[in-house]
Design a protein around this ligand. Structure first.
Ligand SMILES: *Cc1c(COP(=O)(O)O)cnc(C)c1O
Length: 458
């Protein structure tokens, strides 16, 4: 299909990076309804927002470490055949991580897992006082973040219902207006201890404008933290220049480091000497760490927050993926390809006979048949790779039937109850054909779902 949004192979050098990944086949994904000639070709994987696919380099590095473990045992910590002493393994990933989030190496640490790190960061940076104790966040934040916030508030003897201000979209709208966030900061700022948002909202795919929100909040004297689970490796970030206080993220979504892989933090340089409230030996000065001194002497910067020796297998799995990011030229060129892929997905969806403009979604009754709308902002600066689709009529079981139909045909997205399917073409490994096939199969499935009728109809 000729389209102004689609790059020709000559103009699409990043398309070569697909060969760096292992993409499951339709057969492996149990896509039972694909034509027989498609059974052993890669599935249409549009789910890198949830779990990125396996980089071949990660597989090789993990296998190497298993072998080093088998053949060197404990010596691998200090004398490693591939010059990756386990003692310093996290240092192998810090340069590219710093690059991806717009930070210096002093400001990042590869450690722990996202939610544990979020609790840890709040332990240092959420400092409620009598006058200033609130947390400003988005309504319907990822549940883990909600649990972390309310447990931190409770630990200070405060009531989450009073201390946590959740901002909701306006009635009839799906995403927050930046102006509403800035108004809330202006109105409540003097009572807010911490502003904590996600960089990309997991449900809607909305990118929050980190720079503007951070500036406004800091001008009111608030601390500002970001959960970048869906932002890192997806959109450009300049955390240092944007003056963010802290950020946390996981590495198994757009960073392709594998299920449950290691997390990471950013702590702005201005906090480089902040006392550590939950110290461990990995945050201690490495030159004396193994002298086992009784007194903790922190590493300056984010790495002072490290508690335990990191999982080597998880860290090299991340390393394999980060090498691919580095070779692709970092996030800037990937973002250019990502914007085009996602725009192409949007254009094809809008051309579907089932497409319903988001403003009309609320009045869609089901008498019209079935429909699909896009709740992710149309403005490119306010979205990453992901588009969140809502299936209509809502609350009538259309979405699970569509998801099943997609999976049977080898189109892998993921769902969020009750009505959303998220599709994300990833610029490192997805193709224009993936986008075309994804939408063609979606249309095919919607025809079937519509002909079978909608549940709960009167
Ligand atoms: C994926 C995700 C998590 C997952 O947390 P883990 O601690 O890695 O299990 C948390 N918060 C957000 C916003 C996420 O997108």
């Amino acid at each position: 299909m000729a389209s102004p949004f689609k790059l020709s192979p000559d103009n699409d050098p990043l398309s070569a990076f697909r060969s760096e990944f292992v993409i499951p086949t339709n057969r492996q994904m149990k896509a039972t309804a694909v034509a027989s000639e498609l059974e052993d070709v890669p599935c249409t994987y549009l789910c890198g927002n949830s779990l990125g696919v396996l980089p071949k380099r990660s597989k090789k590095l993990v296998e190497e470490e298993i072998e080093v473990w088998a053949t060197r045992g404990v010596e691998g910590h200090f004398d490693h055949p591939h010059d990756r002493d386990w003692m310093n393994i996290a240092d192998t990933v810090h340069p590219v991580l710093a690059d991806l989030v717009g930070a210096s190496e002093l400001e990042v640490a590869c450690m722990g897992t996202l939610t544990a790190n979020l609790n840890l960061m709040m332990g240092t940076f959420y400092r409620p006082t009598k006058e200033r104790y609130k947390i400003l966040c988005e309504a319907r934040a990822f549940p883990s973040d909600q649990y972390a916030m309310s447990s931190q508030v409770l630990a200070h003897g405060l009531d989450p219902a009073d201390a946590i201000i959740e901002l909701s979209p306006r009635p009839g709208e799906y995403t927050l207006r930046t102006s509403d966030i800035l108004d809330a900061i202006a109105r409540e700022g003097q009572r807010i201890a911490l502003v904590l948002f996600s960089g990309v909202q997991y449900y809607t795919g909305q990118v929050f404008l980190i720079e503007e929100i951070t500036r406004a909040a800091r001008a009111q004297g608030c601390m500002v933290g970001w959960d970048l689970a869906h932002a890192v490796g997806n959109v450009p970030l300049s955390l240092h220049d944007w003056d963010v206080d802290f950020a946390v993220w996981c590495t198994y979504k757009y960073l392709n480091a594998g299920p449950g892989s290691i997390g990471a933090i950013f702590v702005h340089e201005r906090w480089a000497d902040e006392p550590i409230r939950a110290a461990g030996w990995w945050g201690h000065d490495p030159t004396t760490r193994f002298a086992m001194p009784p007194r903790f002497a922190r590493i300056r910067g984010a790495q002072g927050f490290q508690q335990s020796n990191p999982s080597v297998l998880a860290t090299v799995s991340l390393l394999g993926s980060l090498e691919v990011f580095r070779d692709a030229g970092g996030i800037a060129p990937l973002r250019v390809r990502s914007l085009r892929l996602t725009r192409y997905l949007e254009v094809l969806l809008r051309a579907s006979r089932f497409y319903v403009p988001v403003e009309q979604a609320a009045s869609f009754t089901g008498a019209e048949g079935v429909g699909v709308t896009i709740i992710t902002p149309a403005e490119p600066a306010e979205r990453g790779a992901q588009l969140s689709l809502v299936f209509l009529p809502t609350g009538r079981g259309v979405m699970p039937r569509v998801l099943k139909g997609l999976a049977e045909r080898g189109v892998v997205g993921d769902s969020r109850k009750p009505d959303v399917i998220r599709l994300a073409p990833c610029p490192l490994y997805n193709t224009w054909e993936d986008v075309e096939r994804g939408v063609a199969v979606l249309n095919e499935v919607l025809v079937i779902v519509e002909s079978e009728g909608i549940q709960g109809e009167v």
